[in-house]
Write a protein that binds this ligand. Structure first.
Ligand code: AMP
Length: 213
């Protein structure tokens, strides 16, 4: 099973991809988490990606494509995966298709999660993330039991540098300009399903699971 979750920053892709991967027994692959991990490890890719990410801009296609191609070839990914944050451009989508074709595979389903811009700004402004397991929280909508501490693993919670207002509006604009064309791209291929991302986490989860069933 190969699933792509499309949607603007703050649509809930990370939360939902994690939960879907657990329900379906497939791997969750987040391009943003992979890049943040490269930064923590101080790799060349991590260092190059940092300034793009801080500004809310896309990291160049050739860097991202190589990183994802490598990730989907690892043995654990052979059971299938849900991609969160990739592809974000038509060029990335074409490269992914080619990589899958080379493995004799294809994308099974693309789910577009839609959320209004107003709601995205509210969500990203109050977002806190676990440094250890990447679980996201929201200071109003889904606060941790103990402030600053992850309910699941006890890790420290932090706010992403690109969740500051200026980067948030840039990311929403970048989505509209560079990533939204993918909605049409996949609709024309016939494997796109739309899901309303404004319900509760549980309601969106149910809609997503039926969308890929
Ligand atoms: P995310 O965690 O998905 O919100 O991604 C955080 C940041 O990482 C984005 O704003 C981009 O700077 C970068 N990034 C993640 N995925 C991609 C991608 N597929 N293409 C280009 N840049 C990406």
């Amino acid at each position: 099973m190969h699933i792509i979750l499309l949607g603007p920053p703050g649509a809930g892709k990370g939360t939902q991809a994690k939960s879907m991967s657990e329900s379906l027994g497939i791997v969750h692959i987040s391009s943003g988490d992979l890049l943040r991990d490269h930064q923590v490890r101080g790799t060349e890719l991590g260092n190059t990606a940092r300034s793009y990410m801080q500004q809310g801009l896309l990291v160049p296609d050739e860097l991202i494509i190589g990183m994802i191609e490598e990730r989907i070839r690892l043995p654990d990914a052979q059971v299938g995966y849900v991609l969160d944050g990739f592809p974000r451009t038509v060029e990335q989508a074409q490269a992914l298709e080619k990589a899958l074709e080379d493995q004799g595979e294809a994308i099974d389903r693309v789910v577009n999660i839609s959320v209004s811009e107003e709601e995205l700004v509210l969500r990203l402004g109050g977002r806190w993330i676990c440094r250890q397991c990447q679980r996201p929280y929201h200071e109003v909508n889904s606060a941790p039991r103990k402030q600053g501490v992850c309910d699941d693993c006890g890790g420290d919670l932090y706010q992403r540098e690109d969740d500051v207002p200026e980067a948030v509006s840039r990311r929403i604009k970048v989505f509209a300009e560079q990533t939204a064309p993918l909605i049409r791209y996949y609709r024309e291929k016939g494997n796109l399903v739309g899901v309303d991302g404004e319900g509760s986490i549980e309601a969106v989860r149910e809609s997503l699971l039926s969308a890929v069933a």
